[in-house]
Every structure is written in structure tokens, then in C-alpha cells.
Design a protein around this ligand. Structure first.
Ligand code: MRU
Length: 372
């Protein structure tokens, strides 16, 4: 997507042909700067500290992290250790493991001398595939938005509520939940996005808002608790969010607060759509969601907040009493029955086991049992 008129992806190979550059998302929206990753350790830390974030992008970064690790040491032992280091950085999004395993499987059978080149090829393939996948999600999602616009809209603009950031910054390009929104806008539909600020890290207020602004899409940032009120007032035509991990039964693990939006949507008959690439489906979790580890992050993200001061400097401040204990659950799970439909790269399906199985029949026969 474009930033100040120039096309960017969120991750790319540097001009030296081997190191990796990413947009430093911890600096947005106040500064647009790239960070250069030159080692396994730097790639792992970029994922852990959320310089890069969003399920598809952390998968792509981890794939390049393995390339950097292989440059340091292409042996089996090093590859296994690097894979473990990368997978441990963030536990919830399944794309991380998916991407790491894909590179591992591609290079492990090869002699050590051929591994680096093969890993880079595989990482590039993962990135290009992500872009194609998101464009396809965009095209399928556009049909839904068009239907809302032509038959079900409530005002002179189509009001879409989104949570967190599932835009191009969360992927390699286009985004998942925002891909249909970008396409709708480009097709002349007057879309307007309600952007949940998404405490504690404010991915909505700082990343989604910035993305939409760059693309000239009408939007309004709201506090996380405003969505229910807006739905009661018929000011939301549909909700559209991403996912970090979806079980084979269709339960959706996404940024904390997604579940409450889905509950409010159900109570107000507002369709709740989840955009997902096949890589975020965890086919090993069939029934029950206990197999999903919910990341708990540093409580400093809850007790403090960063922002731009009047002096033009970014500063962190303490919000409440320093002595009060806090908790920082990063994700929650929305049960499939609260989701209206999935928008995937293969089409749209009802949220649930049968729907997913109809679009991904190669996984439908797998006995996933009760993962508890
Ligand atoms: O903690 P984050 O910012 O990595 O969480 C990201 C999300 O929850 C997104 O909604 C999800 O990864 C889908 S992005 C296409």
C-alpha cells in the first residue's frame, strides 16, 4: 500500500540482498521508519517487542528469521534451535509456527550448502502468497460489503466496525479484514470505519487509523467500549475483524475485546464477519479452545501509555496508582456461533466446522478430536 504516495510492503529484503527491513510499528503513527534485521536474534526480538505484529506478518518475519539463522549456522541443530526461538516469541498466532515449519520442511532435506538459498526462496514465497491471499480475501469480502451497501445499509455511508489492526501492517500487504474495505473504497463505495482504539497497545488508534488516513478512507476512532452503544443506535452495518488462530470448529482467537464486540453484535442483529487466510486455521484443535495459549504481556502496557507530547516528543506516562496490580491478557476467543461468516481466500462460508471443511476439504478428513 502507499505511504506518502510510495508503494510499500510491511517487510522486504534490503538492497544488500540478505538482511531484512520492516516498518517499525512501535514508532507509528508519529514516525514512519524502517528497522533492519541482520540476525536470528534481531528477528526474534522484533517479533517479541512488536516492532512487527499481526499474525501473517509475524509468520513472514519468522520465515526470514530462519534465513538469517541459517547464514549464521546451517546445521540441523542450529535450524531446530532457531525454529524454537522464533516460535517461543509469541504463543497465540498460529501463523508463526506454520511459517517456521514451512521453511524447516523446505530446507531440512537439503545439504547444508543449499539451505540458505532455499530458505530465502521459501520466505519470499510466503510473502508473495500472503499478498495474493489477502487480495482474494478482499475480492470475496467486497461482494459482502456490496450486498450491505445495495440492500441493507442504514445511512448514506456504509459503517463498518473493526477491532485492533488487521490491515496491511498486520500482513505483508493489503491486510485481511481491511482488504475488502480498501477495495470497496477503490470501487467508489462510501465506506466509513469505526476504529476501536484497542487498549492496551492501541493498534486501532495508532495503526489502523494511520493506514486508513494514508488511503483516504473515512474513519472515526472510538474507545473500546463505544461499539455496543453505536450498534444500539443502528450506526454499525457490520463488524469486520481478523484472527490470530481459528480452530477447526470455527472458534476465533483474536485481539482482546473481540468477543465483547461479537456479543454486542449478536444482541443487535449486526453481522459479525471474520476475515481469515487458511494459514490462521489450527486444524489440530477440533473441539474446545483450551489448546490455545492466550498470551499475557507485560502489565506495564496496561498501567502506562505512550503518546506525543506538546513538545513533539513521544513519552510514556503512568496511568493509575503504581501499587495497583494489573493483568494483560492479549487475546480472547469468540465462539463460532457468534460469527456470521468467514471471509477466506477461497470464498465465504458459514462460521463453523462444516463451513471450513467445505472450503478446505484437504483438512476435512483429519480427526482432530477433542483438544482439551
Ligand atoms: O497483538 P497483535 O497486534 O499482533 O494482534 C493482532 C491481531 O489481533 C489481529 O487482529 C490479527 O493478527 C489478525 S491480522 C491480519
Amino acid at each position: 500500500m502507499n505511504v506518502n504516495g510510495k508503494a510499500y510492503r510491511s517487510i522486504w529484503l534490503a538492497s544488500d540482498g540478505w538482511s531484512v527491513e520492516v516498518i517499525d510499528q512501535t514508532r507509528l503513527p508519529h514516525e514512519f521508519v524502517a528497522a533492519r534485521l541482520t540476525s536470528l536474534e534481531e528477528a526474534a526480538e522484533a517479533i517479541r517487542t512488536m516492532v512487527v505484529r499481526g499474525a501473517p506478518l509475524i509468520g513472514a518475519t519468522a520465515a526470514y528469521g530462519l534465513c538469517l539463522a541459517l547464514r549464521e549456522d546451517p546445521s540441523d541443530d542450529s535450524l531446530r534451535a532457531a525454529a524454537g526461538r522464533l516460535i517461543d516469541t509469541r504463543p497465540t498466532a498460529v501463523n508463526l509456527t506454520w511459517a517456521v515449519r514451512r521453511v524447516q520442511d523446505a530446507v531440512m532435506p537439503l545439504p547444508e550448502g543449499q539451505r540458505i538459498e532455499a530458505a530465502y526462496e521459501c520466505a519470499a514465497e510466503i510473502c508473495d502468497e500472503d499478498v495474493r491471499t489477502n487480495q482474494a480475501i478482499g475480492r470475496h469480502g467486497l461482494t459482502l460489503l456490496r450486498d450491505h451497501w445495495e440492500h441493507r445499509r442504514q445511512h448514506d455511508r456504509l459503517n463498518i466496525l473493526t477491532h485492533c489492526n488487521a490491515g496491511w501492517l498486520a500482513t505483508v500487504d493489503w491486510g485481511t479484514a481491511l482488504a475488502p474495505v480498501y477495495l470497496a473504497h477503490d470501487h467508489g463505495m462510501p465506506v466509513h470505519v469505526w476504529v476501536d482504539e484497542t487498549r492496551p497497545r492501541n493498534q486501532g488508534a495508532s495503526l489502523t487509523a494511520w493506514e486508513l488516513l494514508q488511503h483516504g478512507i473515512s474513519h472515526t476512532v472510538i474507545v473500546d467500549n463505544a461499539g455496543g452503544h453505536l450498534m444500539q443506535r443502528n450506526l454499525v452495518d457490520c463488524c469486520l475483524v481478523g484472527t490470530d488462530r481459528t480452530t477447526a470448529a470455527g472458534d476465533v482467537c483474536n485481539k482482546i475485546g473481540t468477543y465483547l464486540k461479537a456479543l454486542a453484535a449478536r444482541d443487535n442483529n449486526v453481522p459479525f464477519y471474520v476475515a481469515l487466510p487458511g494459514s490462521t486455521i489450527d486444524w489440530s484443535i477440533g473441539k474446545g479452545t483450551a489448546g490455545i495459549e492466550i498470551e499475557q504481556r507485560d502489565v506495564a502496557e496496561v498501567t502506562g501509555i505512550a503518546g506525543l507530547t506538546a513538545r513533539g516528543e513521544v513519552e510514556r506516562i503512568q496511568l493509575g496508582p503504581a501499587a495497583s496490580p494489573a493483568a494483560n491478557y492479549a487475546f480472547d476467543i469468540t465462539p463460532a456461533h457468534l460469527v456470521t461468516s468467514f471471509i477466506t481466500e477461497r470464498g465465504i462460508c458459514p462460521a463453523g466446522r462444516e463451513g471450513l471443511a467445505s472450503l478446505y476439504p484437504e483438512h476435512a478428513g483429519v480427526d482432530v478430536g477433542e483438544a482439551r
